[in-house]
Design a protein around this ligand. Structure first.
Ligand SMILES: Nc1ncnc2c1ncn2[C@@H]1O[C@H](COP(=O)(O)OP(=O)(O)O)[C@@H](O)[C@H]1O
Ligand SMILES: Cc1cn([C@H]2C[C@H](O)[C@@H](COP(=O)(O)OP(=O)(O)O)O2)c(=O)[nH]c1=O
Length: 214
């Protein structure tokens, strides 16, 4: 996977992945607010992307399975990086992606795709400067998912929260072994604002203070 450049003026990419109901979207919103309040330039994005391949992936997720869907999501990821993420990073933004590479290592496992295949498929994807993996007690997130309502066919499977939590822990190990900068945040009991502040603190250790950057 491509390493981030060491140009101090460039922005950076932080990805937030984790099981459905862990709080990805909620935490991304809080994180963006915290960074904006510090005077940072922030760009929030998500996968599947809003581009043509992302739209196709969303449309086909109910009916297409396994390797074909994994390739479609990986294609969306490569296109998302080239057309949206990299230009924003080069413009100095902190890009926050609600789902990215780790989701690509996890979700298609529900269709039985081998994690080694998923790794190889995503091997050339831009490496996030910080890959956040949300972790949580499967019972807690199963309750949250039920209250919110499942967003997709994977989340409707019986016991999906337990399985998904396990898959994300394994993905986290793969990323660590490959030398990624990862951060696990347990969201079982912590309010989302607090999880966002933990991520903000980790990011601030990677970038210059706002005054120095201007
Ligand atoms: N730390 C938390 N404590 C309690 N409820 C939460 C917490 N984080 C998120 N929620 C709630 O759980 C549901 C799922 O959150 P969401 O951000 O959509 O998760 P995800 O994007 O990971 O699927 C939402 O109804 C949200 O308000
Ligand atoms: C990024 C990615 C998403 N997906 C699918 C899973 C979902 O159907 C959809 C993401 O939906 P989303 O609404 O983000 O789910 P949630 O808010 O519950 O986390 O995209 C994959 O199957 N593979 C991937 O690599």
């Amino acid at each position: 996977m491509n390493r981030p450049s060491s140009d101090p003026r460039r922005g950076l990419l932080v990805s937030v992945d984790g099981p459905g109901g862990a709080g990805k979207t909620t935490i991304v919103r809080h994180l963006a607010q915290l960074l904006l309040a510090e005077g940072r330039q922030v760009h929030v994005t998500a996968e599947p992307s809003s581009g043509p391949i992302g739209k196709l992936a969303v449309e086909l997720t109910p009916t297409v399975t396994g390797h074909a869907l994994a390739c479609l999501y990986a294609a969306d990821r490569y296109h998302h990086v080239e057309t949206e993420i990299k230009p924003r990073i080069q413009a100095g933004h902190i890009v926050i992606s609600d789902r990215f590479l780790a989701s690509g290592l996890v979700v298609q496992r529900f269709d039985g795709v081998d994690p080694v295949f998923l790794w190889q498929l995503n091997e050339e994807v831009e490496r996030p400067d910080l890959a956040v993996i949300l972790d949580a007690d499967p019972d807690v997130i199963a309750e949250r998912l039920e209250a919110r309502g499942p967003h997709n066919r994977f989340q409707r499977q019986q016991g999906s929260s337990l399985l998904e939590t396990r898959f994300y822990r394994q993905a986290h190990e793969m990323l660590d072994e490959a030398g990624f900068h990862t951060l696990a945040v347990d969201c079982s009991n912590r309010p989302p604002e607090r999880s966002a502040a933990i991520i903000r603190d980790e990011l601030n250790a990677l970038i210059e203070p706002v005054d120095a950057a201007n």
